[in-house]
Ligand binder design. Sequence first.
Ligand code: TMP
Length: 225
Amino acid sequence: MKKASIEGKGVLNNRISEYLLNSLGHCGVKTHLVKRLNMREQLIKKVEIIPIEFIVRNIATGSLSKRLGISEGTVLEKPLLEYYLKNDELGDPIITKEHIYAFEWAAKEEIKDIDKMSFKINDILQGLFRGVGIKLVDFKVEYGRIWNKNRQANEIILADEISPDTCRLWDIKTEKKLDKDRFRKDLGNIIEAYQEVARRLGIMPEETNISEVNFGKTTSIKFKK
Ligand code: TMP
């Protein structure tokens, strides 16, 4: 796995994720976000994380194209939801619902709720991004359980960041990648792409000065009030 520290990316992700989670919240999706604390930190609700990554795809690319030979860019007739086990040692393998129930990683009722929430999140985010000239290609989310006082019934909430690190975002006209694939595929201009997403979402004023000195070197970010 490629690793690098890109100065300034965390700040942008924090702002973008806050905006997206709040937008989902306004549409009735329960999330772990309480509030953004500062440029780099968020206050979130404590949950018991479900050990599954939920990936929703609208357009074939990435591991779907690689694994099944589906041509890159194929628009899927309807959104495709996949399950991956959260296990770094095993490389987060793809799993089926039968695996989830057999090994009790989540209950049937929970998965039913999560499937519904995932498609709802997809609908909301697709519309939100379409409005600013961006195609939501795919994204990954995780969920967590909140137990009630008697540890009986539980509530499932979205418990993840949503940012260009966890979504694929393409410009509607040019199909330019505005997400982490710029890093994964060595395309460069990562900060500019994330900045472009923030600017289009209206969460970064035009006056904002982000200067990327060089890849890996210091990036200064100032958000003007
Ligand atoms: P994939 O095509 O590599 O399976 O990725 C699908 C989507 O999930 C893509 O938007 C990137 C995101 N993703 C993560 O956020 N974290 C991960 O660990 C992986 C594998 C993918």
